[in-house]
Design a protein around this ligand. Sequence first.
Ligand code: CP
Length: 312
Amino acid sequence: MKNYTSINDIDNINSWIDEAKALKTNHLKDVNLGKNKTLGLLFFNSSLRTRLSTQKAALNLGMNPIVMNVSGDAWGIEFGDGTVMNGNTAEHIKEAAAVVSQYCDIIAVRAFPSLTDKAKDESEQVLSAFKKFASVPIVNMESATGHPLQGLTDAITISEHAKVSKPKVVLSWAPHIKALPHAVANSFVQAMQKMDVEFVIANPEGYDLNPEITGNTTIYHNQEDAFKDADFVYTKNWSSYKDYGKINNTDPNWMITKDKIGDAKFMHCLPVRRNVVVEDAVLDSKSSLVIEQANNRTYAAQLVLKKILENL
Ligand code: CP
């Protein structure tokens, strides 16, 4: 594997899950694989889990991680082709990506969407530019439209906790005070479509995700109907896709409560706003898998880096 930028880069999700579980039981097995190799982590946006778990994964493989907060610490990067750079940007991605490629054997990038320009966001301007102008493999640490490290993590976590051969998994929208990206939801949808699960989505009218991603997946506009017999309830807010980036609904009745989910396991990528997205009683209960999900971020990243290192 050269790059990991989408859930579609996973050739066989079941074998990847098995490999990740094996790494988890012996996380230093490949500690010499990444010896003298450098992972560059470039953050255009904030992070806690991705930043630390990807570094931890690199260390487990013997790699040297180096981290930069691009927004704020680096020169402003220009992505336009042929731009007269007499504005705020001081360095072009053509030079920036080529230079970082000389310091790093793999580059991991986090760059969120604008949520104001759908076409620009869907072009994956930052991630695509790194893929084009870097000479080393690229890992997506959450881009405008996808968070494939999180999606792989979630698939691993569901596999670990499934009590039946084909569990029912519900992705439910929940309210939020800010306009949030679609990336986590998109990658979760793509991961579930690759797994042997009964998968449905619940969101209010006007909040359907990109139909090119949801495809034939059933979408409920009634949360109670969707939650019937659920084994896993995965919750995430996203802003409207149709009315791009807008908050048209903050209905607190969509918040996840213990009463609603019953015996189902609760999942969320974190960070989560308590008592806005989900009530304390869920997060503080044994039903919540959020801490285990965060733990699995290390092994998802480790598996991805391992596959890339084996192909260098
Ligand atoms: N879930 C996740 O990506 O967390 P961070 O934004 O803290 O990295």
